[in-house]
Design a binder for this molecule. Structure first.
Ligand SMILES: [Zn+2]
Ligand SMILES: [Zn+2]
Length: 275
């Protein structure tokens, strides 16, 4: 299994000289699948260059898994080239919404006055499937989702293939619920997890939905993944600050910790690959 990070910034896209190493695009992750049909998680601004790359092969089918509908996870959707190509089928999987449907919420965002075109003018055939706490097979991947602690209905995902596993929990306030997402993350080959704030910053941001380094480090200790990557980098944290935070996280967790970076590909050896 290979996962490629196209965006790992939290909250707001942050281009500029201070974010060159780890990237300024908001959340988007590409998963290569055994069937060759692309699976994408989240549609932050990183999905725009991902869409351009996918269009080189003009896939007939694409799956998009959404963690939640905060804008930093959907703001690239209107700029995802496959959505505008006739003959492309896109299935959007995501959490149910209070008082409305997932389809209606996304269509309302991608319609005037927020967006120039009405949603029904997009060329692709777009289908929505609401998921909350379940496991299903998708293009040769085994996908598990479960709610995590974050304002609004929010999912974390665990993706498994041939014995390899990746857990993706970009937005989660671990201090308020220390074991939120633990079943998804436990023993994963790679864990990408919210590590947005320093301990000092978190004191004034309780309830904003994100994890501070001490709580992140505690969660990593309980989940005990093979690799762990800090995710959802704060817009105010330039590359040098992120590297200092990584050293702090390593001290707190007592183990190696990496920073998610735009363009980074994570290769997870599956037992199938080694046969
Ligand atoms: Zn977010
Ligand atoms: Zn969020």
């Amino acid at each position: 299994m290979r996962a490629t990070i196209w965006g790992c910034r939290g909250s707001l896209a942050t281009p500029g000289a201070a974010t060159v190493r780890y990237g300024g695009n908001t959340t988007s992750l590409e998963l290569e699948t055994p069937t060759g049909v692309p699976v994408v998680i989240d549609a932050g601004t990183g999905i725009r260059p991902l869409g351009l790359a996918l269009e080189e092969c003009s896939p007939e089918r694409i799956h998009l898994l959404l963690t939640h509908l905060h804008l930093d996870h959907v703001e690239g959707l209107g700029f995802f080239a496959p959505l505008f190509r006739d003959g492309c089928s896109v299935t959007v999987w995501g959490p149910p919404q209070d008082g409305s449907s997932l389809a209606a919420r996304v269509a309302a965002y991608l319609s005037p006055p927020h967006f120039p075109l009405p949603f029904d003018r997009f060329g692709a055939s777009i289908e929505f499937v609401e998921v909350w706490q379940e496991t299903w097979e998708l293009e040769g991947l085994r996908v598990t989702c479960a709610p995590v602690r974050h304002p609004g209905n929010t999912l974390g995902y665990r993706i498994e293939e041939g014995g390899a596993s990746l857990a993706f929990i970009p937005d989660c306030e671990t201090a308020l619920e220390p074991d939120s997402g633990l079943a998804l993350a436990a023993g994963a080959d790679a864990l990408l997890h919210d590590a947005q704030y320093t301990a000092d910053e978190y004191r004034t941001r309780v309830g904003w939905g994100h994890s501070a380094l001490p709580d992140f480090a505690g969660f990593v200790g309980r989940a005990d993944p093979e690799r762990v990557l800090m995710f959802h980098h704060d817009p105010s944290h330039g590359d040098d600050v992120l590297e200092e935070m990584r050293r702090t996280a390593e001290r707190l967790a007592g183990r190696p910790i990496e920073l998610a970076a735009e363009g980074l590909a994570i290769d997870l050896a599956s037992s199938r690959d080694s046969i």
